[in-house]
Design a binder for this molecule. Structure first.
Ligand SMILES: *Cc1c(COP(=O)(O)O)cnc(C)c1O
Length: 376
Protein backbone atom coordinates (compact mmCIF):
# COMPACT_ATOMS: atom_id res chain seq x y z
CA UNK A 1 0.00 0.00 0.00
CA UNK A 2 2.73 2.44 0.92
CA UNK A 3 4.28 1.77 -2.47
CA UNK A 4 1.30 3.32 -4.13
CA UNK A 5 0.84 6.58 -2.28
CA UNK A 6 -0.70 9.08 -4.66
CA UNK A 7 -0.97 12.86 -4.61
CA UNK A 8 -4.62 12.39 -5.50
CA UNK A 9 -6.74 9.27 -6.01
CA UNK A 10 -9.49 10.18 -8.42
CA UNK A 11 -10.05 6.59 -9.46
CA UNK A 12 -10.59 5.37 -5.91
CA UNK A 13 -12.99 8.25 -5.35
CA UNK A 14 -14.91 7.34 -8.51
CA UNK A 15 -15.25 3.67 -7.61
CA UNK A 16 -17.22 4.55 -4.48
CA UNK A 17 -19.94 6.30 -6.48
CA UNK A 18 -19.48 4.48 -9.78
CA UNK A 19 -23.05 3.23 -10.05
CA UNK A 20 -24.62 6.66 -9.66
CA UNK A 21 -22.08 8.46 -11.82
CA UNK A 22 -22.31 5.91 -14.63
CA UNK A 23 -26.06 6.13 -14.62
CA UNK A 24 -26.03 9.94 -14.70
CA UNK A 25 -23.59 9.88 -17.63
CA UNK A 26 -25.61 7.25 -19.47
CA UNK A 27 -28.75 9.37 -19.13
CA UNK A 28 -26.97 12.31 -20.75
CA UNK A 29 -25.73 10.13 -23.57
CA UNK A 30 -29.19 8.69 -24.09
CA UNK A 31 -30.71 12.18 -24.19
CA UNK A 32 -27.95 13.45 -26.51
CA UNK A 33 -28.48 16.92 -25.01
CA UNK A 34 -24.76 17.47 -24.70
CA UNK A 35 -24.93 21.27 -24.62
CA UNK A 36 -27.20 23.03 -22.11
CA UNK A 37 -29.06 19.85 -21.22
CA UNK A 38 -31.28 19.77 -18.14
CA UNK A 39 -28.47 18.67 -15.78
CA UNK A 40 -26.70 22.02 -16.33
CA UNK A 41 -29.53 24.07 -14.88
CA UNK A 42 -30.14 21.43 -12.22
CA UNK A 43 -26.54 21.59 -11.08
CA UNK A 44 -26.56 25.42 -10.99
CA UNK A 45 -29.52 25.35 -8.65
CA UNK A 46 -28.01 22.59 -6.54
CA UNK A 47 -24.73 24.50 -6.15
CA UNK A 48 -26.59 27.71 -5.34
CA UNK A 49 -28.43 25.74 -2.65
CA UNK A 50 -25.19 24.32 -1.25
CA UNK A 51 -23.57 27.74 -1.11
CA UNK A 52 -26.65 29.58 -0.01
CA UNK A 53 -26.02 31.97 -2.92
CA UNK A 54 -28.86 33.53 -4.90
CA UNK A 55 -27.33 32.92 -8.32
CA UNK A 56 -24.91 30.48 -9.87
CA UNK A 57 -23.79 30.73 -13.49
CA UNK A 58 -21.87 27.74 -14.77
CA UNK A 59 -19.10 28.03 -17.34
CA UNK A 60 -16.28 26.06 -18.92
CA UNK A 61 -13.58 26.46 -16.26
CA UNK A 62 -12.45 28.63 -13.37
CA UNK A 63 -10.16 30.79 -15.47
CA UNK A 64 -13.05 31.74 -17.76
CA UNK A 65 -15.10 32.48 -14.65
CA UNK A 66 -12.50 35.04 -13.57
CA UNK A 67 -12.55 36.70 -16.99
CA UNK A 68 -16.35 36.74 -17.00
CA UNK A 69 -16.39 38.23 -13.49
CA UNK A 70 -14.15 41.13 -14.57
CA UNK A 71 -16.31 41.72 -17.64
CA UNK A 72 -19.54 41.50 -15.65
CA UNK A 73 -18.25 44.12 -13.25
CA UNK A 74 -17.63 46.37 -16.25
CA UNK A 75 -13.87 46.73 -15.82
CA UNK A 76 -12.05 48.45 -18.67
CA UNK A 77 -8.50 48.47 -20.02
CA UNK A 78 -6.31 50.44 -17.62
CA UNK A 79 -8.32 49.48 -14.55
CA UNK A 80 -6.36 47.76 -11.81
CA UNK A 81 -7.15 44.71 -9.70
CA UNK A 82 -5.17 43.77 -6.59
CA UNK A 83 -4.29 40.12 -6.00
CA UNK A 84 -1.67 38.03 -4.19
CA UNK A 85 1.55 37.28 -6.10
CA UNK A 86 1.84 33.88 -4.39
CA UNK A 87 -0.91 32.36 -6.47
CA UNK A 88 -1.94 30.33 -9.45
CA UNK A 89 -1.77 32.34 -12.68
CA UNK A 90 -5.47 32.49 -13.58
CA UNK A 91 -6.55 35.76 -11.90
CA UNK A 92 -3.62 37.67 -13.39
CA UNK A 93 -3.95 36.10 -16.82
CA UNK A 94 -7.68 36.76 -17.14
CA UNK A 95 -7.11 40.39 -16.15
CA UNK A 96 -4.17 40.89 -18.50
CA UNK A 97 -6.13 39.50 -21.45
CA UNK A 98 -8.73 42.23 -20.90
CA UNK A 99 -6.09 44.98 -20.61
CA UNK A 100 -6.72 45.18 -16.86
CA UNK A 101 -3.56 45.59 -14.82
CA UNK A 102 -2.84 42.92 -12.20
CA UNK A 103 -1.38 44.65 -9.14
CA UNK A 104 0.32 42.30 -6.73
CA UNK A 105 0.48 42.23 -2.95
CA UNK A 106 2.46 40.01 -0.60
CA UNK A 107 0.96 37.27 1.55
CA UNK A 108 1.07 35.95 5.11
CA UNK A 109 3.79 33.40 5.70
CA UNK A 110 1.59 31.08 7.75
CA UNK A 111 -1.73 31.17 5.86
CA UNK A 112 -0.27 31.76 2.35
CA UNK A 113 -3.14 34.21 1.75
CA UNK A 114 -3.05 37.92 0.87
CA UNK A 115 -1.80 40.12 3.71
CA UNK A 116 -4.60 42.64 4.21
CA UNK A 117 -2.18 45.09 5.85
CA UNK A 118 -0.38 45.47 2.52
CA UNK A 119 -3.44 46.12 0.35
CA UNK A 120 -4.02 49.81 0.98
CA UNK A 121 -0.52 50.84 -0.05
CA UNK A 122 -1.08 49.52 -3.58
CA UNK A 123 -4.51 51.10 -4.09
CA UNK A 124 -4.49 53.83 -6.76
CA UNK A 125 -7.26 55.87 -8.41
CA UNK A 126 -7.41 53.12 -11.08
CA UNK A 127 -8.03 50.30 -8.59
CA UNK A 128 -11.38 48.60 -9.09
CA UNK A 129 -11.25 45.38 -7.11
CA UNK A 130 -9.46 43.09 -4.73
CA UNK A 131 -9.23 39.50 -5.93
CA UNK A 132 -9.11 37.39 -2.80
CA UNK A 133 -7.74 33.91 -3.39
CA UNK A 134 -8.54 31.34 -0.73
CA UNK A 135 -5.43 29.26 -1.25
CA UNK A 136 -5.15 25.51 -0.59
CA UNK A 137 -8.54 25.42 1.17
CA UNK A 138 -7.73 28.17 3.69
CA UNK A 139 -10.06 31.19 3.78
CA UNK A 140 -8.38 34.58 3.54
CA UNK A 141 -8.98 37.16 6.25
CA UNK A 142 -12.26 38.43 4.84
CA UNK A 143 -13.43 40.78 7.57
CA UNK A 144 -10.61 43.36 7.27
CA UNK A 145 -10.52 42.90 3.49
CA UNK A 146 -14.22 43.75 3.17
CA UNK A 147 -13.65 46.79 5.36
CA UNK A 148 -10.80 48.04 3.15
CA UNK A 149 -12.89 47.45 0.04
CA UNK A 150 -15.82 49.35 1.53
CA UNK A 151 -13.63 52.28 2.54
CA UNK A 152 -12.19 52.60 -0.96
CA UNK A 153 -15.28 51.70 -2.96
CA UNK A 154 -13.72 48.52 -4.39
CA UNK A 155 -15.38 45.31 -5.48
CA UNK A 156 -14.35 42.02 -3.89
CA UNK A 157 -13.95 39.00 -6.15
CA UNK A 158 -13.37 35.69 -4.39
CA UNK A 159 -11.29 33.11 -6.22
CA UNK A 160 -12.73 30.05 -4.52
CA UNK A 161 -11.24 27.55 -6.99
CA UNK A 162 -9.34 25.71 -4.27
CA UNK A 163 -11.76 26.18 -1.41
CA UNK A 164 -15.31 25.12 -2.17
CA UNK A 165 -16.82 24.19 1.21
CA UNK A 166 -14.39 26.28 3.27
CA UNK A 167 -15.91 28.79 5.67
CA UNK A 168 -15.05 31.99 7.48
CA UNK A 169 -16.42 33.23 10.78
CA UNK A 170 -16.77 36.96 11.33
CA UNK A 171 -16.05 38.53 14.73
CA UNK A 172 -19.81 38.85 15.33
CA UNK A 173 -20.12 35.07 15.06
CA UNK A 174 -21.67 34.99 11.57
CA UNK A 175 -20.26 32.09 9.57
CA UNK A 176 -20.22 32.17 5.77
CA UNK A 177 -18.95 29.78 3.17
CA UNK A 178 -16.11 31.15 1.07
CA UNK A 179 -17.47 32.10 -2.31
CA UNK A 180 -20.50 33.82 -0.75
CA UNK A 181 -18.80 36.74 0.97
CA UNK A 182 -17.62 39.12 -1.77
CA UNK A 183 -19.51 40.71 -4.69
CA UNK A 184 -18.90 37.80 -7.03
CA UNK A 185 -17.00 34.52 -6.69
CA UNK A 186 -15.50 31.98 -9.01
CA UNK A 187 -15.29 28.22 -8.63
CA UNK A 188 -13.40 25.54 -10.51
CA UNK A 189 -14.29 21.89 -10.99
CA UNK A 190 -10.88 20.87 -12.31
CA UNK A 191 -10.55 17.20 -11.26
CA UNK A 192 -8.27 17.80 -8.26
CA UNK A 193 -10.32 20.61 -6.71
CA UNK A 194 -12.58 19.93 -3.69
CA UNK A 195 -15.44 19.24 -6.11
CA UNK A 196 -13.91 17.91 -9.31
CA UNK A 197 -15.53 16.79 -12.54
CA UNK A 198 -14.13 14.51 -15.25
CA UNK A 199 -12.56 17.30 -17.25
CA UNK A 200 -12.90 21.08 -17.05
CA UNK A 201 -15.72 22.97 -15.42
CA UNK A 202 -16.33 26.24 -13.61
CA UNK A 203 -18.93 28.56 -12.16
CA UNK A 204 -19.60 32.03 -10.79
CA UNK A 205 -21.77 32.77 -7.79
CA UNK A 206 -23.25 36.04 -6.59
CA UNK A 207 -26.22 37.46 -4.72
CA UNK A 208 -26.47 40.34 -7.20
CA UNK A 209 -29.11 39.60 -9.82
CA UNK A 210 -27.82 42.17 -12.28
CA UNK A 211 -24.29 40.76 -12.10
CA UNK A 212 -25.59 37.23 -12.53
CA UNK A 213 -27.55 38.24 -15.63
CA UNK A 214 -24.49 39.91 -17.12
CA UNK A 215 -22.29 36.92 -16.33
CA UNK A 216 -24.78 34.59 -18.00
CA UNK A 217 -25.04 36.79 -21.06
CA UNK A 218 -21.27 37.23 -21.40
CA UNK A 219 -20.67 33.50 -21.10
CA UNK A 220 -23.18 32.94 -23.94
CA UNK A 221 -21.53 35.21 -26.54
CA UNK A 222 -23.07 38.37 -25.05
CA UNK A 223 -26.30 37.25 -26.62
CA UNK A 224 -29.69 38.62 -25.55
CA UNK A 225 -32.35 37.53 -27.99
CA UNK A 226 -31.15 34.86 -30.39
CA UNK A 227 -28.50 36.36 -32.72
CA UNK A 228 -28.75 39.71 -31.00
CA UNK A 229 -25.47 40.59 -29.30
CA UNK A 230 -25.68 43.17 -26.56
CA UNK A 231 -22.15 42.98 -25.24
CA UNK A 232 -18.86 41.38 -26.18
CA UNK A 233 -18.91 37.92 -24.70
CA UNK A 234 -17.27 34.58 -25.04
CA UNK A 235 -18.30 30.97 -25.37
CA UNK A 236 -17.93 29.33 -22.00
CA UNK A 237 -20.28 26.49 -21.10
CA UNK A 238 -20.28 23.65 -18.62
CA UNK A 239 -20.84 20.42 -20.58
CA UNK A 240 -24.04 18.56 -19.73
CA UNK A 241 -21.99 15.45 -18.95
CA UNK A 242 -19.84 17.33 -16.46
CA UNK A 243 -22.91 18.89 -14.86
CA UNK A 244 -24.49 15.47 -14.42
CA UNK A 245 -21.31 14.12 -12.81
CA UNK A 246 -21.02 17.18 -10.57
CA UNK A 247 -24.60 16.81 -9.36
CA UNK A 248 -23.82 13.31 -8.14
CA UNK A 249 -20.51 14.34 -6.57
CA UNK A 250 -21.87 17.43 -4.84
CA UNK A 251 -23.84 15.08 -2.58
CA UNK A 252 -20.51 13.76 -1.31
CA UNK A 253 -18.71 17.11 -1.02
CA UNK A 254 -19.20 17.46 2.72
CA UNK A 255 -17.93 13.94 3.38
CA UNK A 256 -14.95 14.62 1.06
CA UNK A 257 -14.20 17.73 3.08
CA UNK A 258 -14.54 15.87 6.34
CA UNK A 259 -12.03 13.33 5.11
CA UNK A 260 -9.62 16.07 4.02
CA UNK A 261 -9.94 17.77 7.38
CA UNK A 262 -9.32 14.53 9.26
CA UNK A 263 -6.24 13.90 7.12
CA UNK A 264 -5.14 17.46 7.86
CA UNK A 265 -5.52 16.86 11.62
CA UNK A 266 -3.56 13.60 11.41
CA UNK A 267 -0.67 15.31 9.60
CA UNK A 268 -0.85 18.12 12.14
CA UNK A 269 -0.55 15.66 15.03
CA UNK A 270 2.29 13.77 13.41
CA UNK A 271 4.23 16.89 12.47
CA UNK A 272 3.81 18.85 15.67
CA UNK A 273 7.12 17.76 17.17
CA UNK A 274 9.13 17.87 13.97
CA UNK A 275 10.90 21.17 14.44
CA UNK A 276 12.33 21.30 10.91
CA UNK A 277 8.85 21.58 9.44
CA UNK A 278 6.15 24.25 9.67
CA UNK A 279 2.78 22.57 9.10
CA UNK A 280 -0.10 24.70 7.82
CA UNK A 281 -2.19 26.38 10.51
CA UNK A 282 -5.90 26.96 10.45
CA UNK A 283 -6.46 30.70 10.87
CA UNK A 284 -8.75 32.24 13.49
CA UNK A 285 -12.35 31.83 12.37
CA UNK A 286 -11.20 29.74 9.40
CA UNK A 287 -12.65 26.39 8.37
CA UNK A 288 -9.83 24.95 6.24
CA UNK A 289 -10.70 22.25 3.70
CA UNK A 290 -7.12 21.18 2.90
CA UNK A 291 -7.39 21.04 -0.85
CA UNK A 292 -3.63 20.95 -0.48
CA UNK A 293 -1.55 20.21 2.61
CA UNK A 294 1.41 22.53 2.24
CA UNK A 295 4.29 22.47 4.68
CA UNK A 296 7.32 24.77 4.81
CA UNK A 297 10.87 23.62 5.33
CA UNK A 298 14.48 24.40 4.46
CA UNK A 299 16.34 22.47 1.75
CA UNK A 300 12.97 21.74 0.22
CA UNK A 301 14.31 20.47 -3.12
CA UNK A 302 16.62 17.93 -1.49
CA UNK A 303 13.88 16.66 0.80
CA UNK A 304 11.50 16.40 -2.14
CA UNK A 305 14.05 14.26 -4.02
CA UNK A 306 14.63 11.99 -1.00
CA UNK A 307 10.88 11.59 -0.52
CA UNK A 308 10.51 10.63 -4.15
CA UNK A 309 13.15 7.92 -3.68
CA UNK A 310 11.10 6.59 -0.77
CA UNK A 311 7.95 6.45 -2.89
CA UNK A 312 6.31 9.60 -1.55
CA UNK A 313 5.08 11.97 -4.25
CA UNK A 314 5.00 15.69 -3.44
CA UNK A 315 4.33 18.84 -5.42
CA UNK A 316 5.51 22.44 -5.29
CA UNK A 317 2.73 25.01 -5.24
CA UNK A 318 4.16 27.43 -6.36
CA UNK A 319 7.79 27.45 -7.47
CA UNK A 320 7.77 31.10 -8.51
CA UNK A 321 5.58 34.09 -7.58
CA UNK A 322 3.64 35.77 -10.36
CA UNK A 323 5.59 39.04 -10.19
CA UNK A 324 8.78 37.22 -11.28
CA UNK A 325 7.21 35.32 -14.17
CA UNK A 326 8.39 36.22 -17.67
CA UNK A 327 4.86 36.74 -18.96
CA UNK A 328 4.27 39.45 -16.34
CA UNK A 329 7.68 41.16 -16.63
CA UNK A 330 5.92 44.03 -18.43
CA UNK A 331 4.40 45.02 -15.09
CA UNK A 332 7.88 46.09 -13.95
CA UNK A 333 8.25 44.16 -10.72
CA UNK A 334 11.62 42.85 -9.56
CA UNK A 335 13.18 40.35 -7.19
CA UNK A 336 12.77 41.54 -3.61
CA UNK A 337 9.45 43.31 -4.17
CA UNK A 338 7.46 40.68 -2.25
CA UNK A 339 9.89 38.96 0.12
CA UNK A 340 7.43 36.66 1.87
CA UNK A 341 6.10 35.20 -1.37
CA UNK A 342 9.61 34.81 -2.74
CA UNK A 343 10.70 32.97 0.41
CA UNK A 344 7.63 30.74 0.37
CA UNK A 345 8.36 29.65 -3.18
CA UNK A 346 11.64 28.17 -1.92
CA UNK A 347 10.11 26.50 1.12
CA UNK A 348 6.69 25.10 0.24
CA UNK A 349 6.04 21.42 -0.29
CA UNK A 350 2.61 19.88 -0.79
CA UNK A 351 2.22 16.44 0.77
CA UNK A 352 -0.25 13.86 -0.54
CA UNK A 353 -3.77 14.64 0.60
CA UNK A 354 -7.01 13.41 -0.92
CA UNK A 355 -10.35 11.87 -0.10
CA UNK A 356 -9.05 8.28 -0.10
CA UNK A 357 -5.87 8.80 1.95
CA UNK A 358 -5.57 6.50 4.98
CA UNK A 359 -3.73 6.96 8.26
CA UNK A 360 -1.11 4.29 7.51
CA UNK A 361 -0.15 6.16 4.35
CA UNK A 362 0.16 9.39 6.28
CA UNK A 363 2.37 7.67 8.86
CA UNK A 364 4.56 6.43 6.03
CA UNK A 365 4.75 9.95 4.58
CA UNK A 366 5.73 11.21 8.03
CA UNK A 367 8.43 8.60 8.68
CA UNK A 368 9.78 9.17 5.17
CA UNK A 369 9.87 12.88 5.83
CA UNK A 370 11.93 12.33 8.99
CA UNK A 371 14.30 10.05 7.08
CA UNK A 372 14.64 12.57 4.28
CA UNK A 373 15.39 15.43 6.64
CA UNK A 374 17.93 13.31 8.52
CA UNK A 375 19.90 12.63 5.33
CA UNK A 376 20.55 16.34 4.86
C1 LIG B 1 -7.56 25.92 -10.43
C2 LIG B 1 -7.53 27.38 -10.17
C3 LIG B 1 -8.12 28.34 -11.03
C4 LIG B 1 -8.66 28.04 -12.38
O1 LIG B 1 -9.32 26.93 -12.57
P1 LIG B 1 -9.46 26.19 -14.00
O2 LIG B 1 -10.78 25.57 -13.84
O3 LIG B 1 -8.32 25.23 -14.07
O4 LIG B 1 -9.42 27.22 -15.07
C5 LIG B 1 -8.16 29.64 -10.63
N1 LIG B 1 -7.59 30.04 -9.50
C6 LIG B 1 -6.98 29.18 -8.65
C7 LIG B 1 -6.41 29.69 -7.38
C8 LIG B 1 -6.92 27.83 -8.98
O5 LIG B 1 -6.29 26.98 -8.15
Amino acid sequence: MVNSIKMVDLHGQYLKIKGEVDQAMQEVIDSSAFINGKPVQAFSLQLAGYLGAKHVVTCANGTDALQISYQSLGFNPGDEVIMPTFNYVAAAEAAALLGIKPVFADVWEDSFNINENLIEEVITPATKAIVVVHLFGQPANMEPILEIARRHGLKVIEDNAQSLGSAYKFSNGVRKLTGTIGDISIHSFFPTKNLGCFGDGGALSTNDEDLAKKALMISRHGQGQKYSYEMIGCNSRLDTLQAAILSVKLNSLDSYIQHRREAGMIYGELLQNLSAVFPPVEGIGAYHTYNQYVIRLNERDKVKEELKNLGVPTMIYYPSPLHLQKAYAYLGYKQGDFPVSEKLCNEVLALPIHTELVRAEQEYVFSSLIKSINTL
